[in-house]
Ligand binder design. Structure first.
Ligand code: PMP
Length: 416
């Protein structure tokens, strides 16, 4: 994310102390301190989020939007307050443009089925990029299968930078929708989402941005980007699992039919006719993840208090150091070297398969990820079955990359 013009306000020692907010980081793994470098998979949770969950269940647990008793009022109030916090995080205009979902995957499927599918005809096209997570590929393949539409894929170069000219060229007369990631979960590439959105809009194509790897690493301003839909997951943003959100422009949400039917999403039901609630409740059938939403609200408070501009600057510094350290190691090939990059470093080692690398790192207390990271087409693009991936959160410091490098030297000793 862009850090231009941001003043350095907090020292490395200050960021080191952030570790204390995360109780799990006190754990020892195989007798070593935990070095957690897998936040792109899921982030750890600060104490304030854990305490909020506990307090909610101990004091206010009840179903939302239904009963008149005090507990239900409190639960509803907190749940809707959390919606307001998501609105603030994304810079949306109105909390009614925020739909709670179980995560990014559910948000994308909702848009694919409710907004995009009804407009598709045989031969229409949906544009994505080569660096998408399976969550932003498969739902589009499914609507293509259902309608006879075609998936088009904008290519990337060897650094992992999107070919913007090709993206523009692929926005043709049959393109009905574009969906692309803000930040790649494998390469760390930060896409020029504002430009991409502008290009799509000039072709009267609406866009969804997958923000799963973006919102927690730098300020997202929807007014600036101009996105029609924006999706993210709470569990990658220091919140609980099973909760996330979809931002959708109000006028589009009003056009969309509900995707799932059930309780909570209706105003009245008879066997002859059902009247749906207005958005966003129309899209939240069944008892929602109330505790999850409230916990996500606490996570957003935590992040906003740290200051997203400061978070971006700190993580950019640590990332740069990590890239430097890894590039100096023997037999390490960095995958993803885009100039605009955030929070993720993927690499391959000459000496060993990523699974062996991750196993040795684990013995050193270093939690890193090995695999295809739910991006198999991208792996294929780089001619690899898998990579090892180190990904950052606010509590990571240079020392974490020194420990990672120590582990990788061991890999070279053992397998080299
Ligand atoms: N998109 C991206 C870029 C991701 O990194 C992920 C999670 N790895 C997802 C989508 C899916 O998120 P979730 O599993 O929380 O729905």
């Amino acid at each position: 994310m862009s850090t231009a013009g941001i003043d350095s306000r907090r020292s490395a020692v200050w960021w080191q102390r952030i570790r204390k907010d995360f109780p799990i980081l006190d754990r020892r793994i195989h007798g070593k301190p935990l070095t957690y470098l897998d936040s792109a998979s899921t982030s750890q949770k600060p104490r304030c989020v854990l305490e909020t969950l506990q307090r909610y269940y101990e004091r206010s647990n009840a179903n939302v939007h239904r009963a008149i008793h005090l507990l239900a009022e409190e639960a509803t109030f907190e749940y809707e307050k959390a919606r307001g916090k998501v609105k603030r995080l994304l810079g949306a205009d109105d909390p009614r443009e925020i739909v709670f979902t179980s995560g990014t995957t559910a948000a994308i499927n909702l848009v694919a089925q409710s907004y995009v599918r009804p407009m598709l005809q045989e031969g229409d096209e949906i544009l994505i990029t080569h660096m998408e997570h399976h969550s932003n590929i498969v739902p589009w393949q499914m609507v293509c299968e259902q309608t006879g539409a075609r998936l088009r894929v904008a290519p990337i170069d060897d650094r992992g930078v999107l070919d913007l000219d090709e993206f523009q060229r692929l926005l043709g007369p049959r393109t009905r929708f574009a969906s692309f990631t803000h930040v790649s979960n494998v390469l760390g590439t930060v896409n020029p989402v504002r430009e991409m959105t502008d290009l799509a809009h000039r072709n009267e194509v609406r866009v969804l941005i997958d923000g799963a790897q973006a919102v927690q690493h730098g300020a997202v301003d929807l007014a600036e980007i101009g996105a029609d839909f924006y999706a993210f997951s709470g569990h990658k943003l220091y919140g609980p699992t099973g909760i996330g959100a979809l931002y959708a422009r109000g006028d589009l949400l009003h056009q969309m039919p509900p995707w799932q039917g059930g309780g909570e999403m209706i105003e009245s039901v008879s066997f002859e006719k059902t009247v749906y609630h207005a958005p966003p409740h129309k899209f939240e059938a069944g008892t929602p993840n109330i505790a999850g939403a409230i916990g996500l609200g606490a996570a957003i408070d935590y992040l906003l208090e740290l200051g997203l501009a400061d978070v971006a600057r700190h993580e950019a510094e640590v990332l740069e150091y990590g890239m430097q350290v890894l590039s100096e190691l023997e037999g390490v090939r960095l995958i993803g070297t885009a100039p605009e990059k955030a929070s993720v470093i993927s690499f391959a080692m000459e000496a060993a398969h990523p699974h062996d690398v991750a196993t040795i790192l684990d013995r050193e207390g270093v939690a890193a990820r090995a695999g295809h990271h739910c991006a198999q087409p991208l792996m294929e693009r780089f001619g690899l079955p898998a990579t090892t991936r180190a990904s950052l959160a606010v509590f990571n410091t240079r020392e974490d990359f020194d420990r990672l490098a120590g582990g990788l030297r061991k890999v070279n000793e053992i397998f080299g």
